[in-house]
Design a protein around this ligand. Structure first.
Ligand code: PEP
Length: 243
């Protein structure tokens, strides 16, 4: 059986001016030279895609967007298409992040159209799912995520172009993480609903201190990291945590 290779993905969100982004990308790329047991992905804000693409050129670090519009082009002021991300050097795009679902009212069907757009453009979609605190406390975490998967996944999903990120909403940016048992249960439930071989990432306050335990779980294929991805040292220590 081939050795498992995790994906460690950094979601920079709306952070970083040019100098910060280039510095961070260069610092990560400079270390990403040897044989790593994980793939590395950085998802900077759209304004930094071109500069970060240059900064990581020649390294094994991959580039991703944080969102895309369902249409390839047109009168959609402020939006960015999957084709544009691809053209900027992206291989991946994060879709359905809770900050889009809850902050911008994105429904499952909107997310589904964005996943389809990502595939149309040849990108790997990182589809985020996760329950709110109220849903977990009501015992509805598994049902919520199952219904997000049904509603957000277009037909034709396959492991080469889909990654699912389980991100409990209450754990994002809060310093709280799901228990190992809850992560294991949720990842097993997700696994039973998606094509064989699809990577499942965990996200929600991952840091250098907890990454090793999370990555050691059988159904965890990597992590989606927000806050801790903004510091090259922390991001690197997370990448090394699974060794
Ligand atoms: C995220 O934004 O996807 C995330 C997991 O953020 P944080 O690591 O800061 O909780």
């Amino acid at each position: 059986m081939p050795e498992r290779k995790w994906l460690v993905a950094g979601n920079w969100k709306m952070n970083g001016l040019r100098a910060d982004g280039i510095g961070l990308a260069r610092a990560i790329a400079a270390r990403a030279t040897g044989a790593l047991r994980c793939d590395l992905l950085v998802c900077p804000p759209a304004t930094l895609l071109a500069a970060v693409a240059d900064a990581i050129a020649g390294s094994c670090v991959m580039l991703g967007g944080q969102d895309c519009h369902p249409e390839p082009s047109g009168a959609f002021t402020g939006d960015i298409s999957a084709e544009m991300l691809r053209d900027a050097g992206c291989s991946h795009v994060i879709l359905g992040h809770s900050e889009r679902r809850h902050g911008h009212g994105e429904s499952d069907s909107v997310v589904r159209s964005k996943v389809a757009a990502a595939w149309r453009a040849g990108l790997i979609a990182i589809l985020c799912v996760g329950e709110t605190r109220a849903e977990r406390e009501a015992g509805r975490a598994l049902d919520t995520v199952a219904s997000q998967l049904v509603g957000s996944l277009p037909d034709g999903a396959d492991a080469r172009r889909l990654i699912v990120a389980y991100e409990p909403v209450w754990a994002i940016g809060t310093g709280l993480t799901a228990t190992m048992a809850d992560i294991a249960d949720m990842h097993a439930a997700i696994r039973s609903r998606i094509p064989r071989g699809t990577r499942i990432l965990y996200g929600g306050s991952v840091n250098p201190g907890n990454a090793g335990d999370i990555l050691a779980l059988a159904e965890v294929d990597g992590v989606l990291v927000g806050g801790a991805s903004l510091k090259a040292d922390d991001f690197w220590r997370i990448a090394e945590a699974g060794r």
